[in-house]
Design a protein around this ligand. Structure first.
Ligand code: SF4
Ligand code: SF4
Length: 288
């Protein structure tokens, strides 16, 4: 009988070794929330604002470029600091992978990861079919609607903003949206929200399309086909060709911008098939 998901990795690397990156991600997600909260709660202003627009140490502006685009579409003229802030954030995710936002920063990931964990525990296999491209249509709509309506309509229901504002100022009816996402992922569509619908995830997917930091299945010949990485990966379709593709053009690098660089695949692989690597020739020594 097959051991539970990740058990072989735990047996080989120990519990901590097999959850290293998962724990680091939780520290990052909760740590960022804590930094924002320290201002209003304890008057320690390291990060002022919210995930859409903030200032680090009263000096470095950070603006969500997706929000800036919605604002431009609505006909608003942005301040120079907002543009500089958006360039800073854009550059960070361009380098480290756009969807690093999803796996290391976004608080909604805590909800969608929990739904997927519970799905596995309850052995819920049924999942309504929905194209993963839907998110790009939603993204287009969130950028067109402000142009028509003159207001950033998406920001009124954006669960990422709702979560963030809710933690700082009180959740109000925001719970309805967040519980809805949890139930949607649990009962209706596996990886439903983040993998199929969220326009912010789709936006950061585009930002990170040519990111130099990638995960590679560099020792794919060692793969024992336990499929644990497929089970835990939020975008399992990205693993197929790097692991099993053969012939010219099918290298071990996970090229797809859908990959969130969550590196959970490294955690759960008992055969050490994966590692973080780079496309840059200048860093050839760490390349696949
Ligand atoms: S897809 Fe959207 S909600 Fe999910 S983690 Fe990414 S930004 Fe957050
Ligand atoms: S391939 Fe690995 S790093 Fe990429 S999303 Fe899947 S588990 Fe995360």
């Amino acid at each position: 009988m097959k051991a539970s998901v990740g058990q072989e990795a735990i047996d080989k690397k120990g519990w901590l070794g097999a959850h290293k990156f998962l724990l680091l991600r939780r520290v990052s997600q909760l740590g960022i929330l804590a930094l924002f909260l320290m201002g209003p709660l304890y008057d320690i202003w390291i990060l002022k604002g919210n995930l859409s627009s903030s200032v680090l140490l009263d000096t470095i502006p950070m603006t969500d470029p997706f929000m800036l685009l919605q604002s431009l579409s609505a006909g608003h003229t942005p301040e120079l600091t907002a543009i500089i802030g958006a360039l800073i954030v854009f550059s960070f995710y361009f380098i480290f992978g756009g969807r690093v936002f999803c796996s290391w920063v976004c608080p909604v990931n805590l909800i969608t990861d929990s739904a997927h964990w519970l799905r596995r525990k309850l052995k819920i296999r049924a999942s309504t079919k929905l194209s993963r491209k839907t998110r790009f249509w939603v993204l287009a709509m969130t950028l067109i609607l402000p142009f028509i309506l003159g207001t950033m309509a998406w920001e009124l229901i954006n669960p990422v903003s709702i979560f963030h504002r809710g933690v700082i100022f009180g959740m109000g009816l925001g719970w309805v949206v967040l519980v809805g996402i949890f139930l949607f992922d649990l009962m209706l569509v596996e990886h439903g929200w983040c993998g199929h619908i969220c326009p912010l995830g789709a936006f950061y997917n585009i930002v990170g399309r040519y990111s130099p930091i990638k995960v590679s299945a560099y020792q794919r010949d060692k793969c024992d086909k336990c499929m644990d990485c497929f089970t835990v990966c939020p975008e399992p379709q990205v693993l197929k060709m790097p692991l099993f593709g053969e012939g010219k053009g099918y290298g071990p690098m996970i090229e797809s911008a859908d990959c969130t660089n969550c590196v959970r695949c490294i955690d759960v692989c008992s055969q050490d098939v994966f590692k973080i690597t780079t496309r840059l020739p200048i860093m050839a020594e760490v390349k696949q």
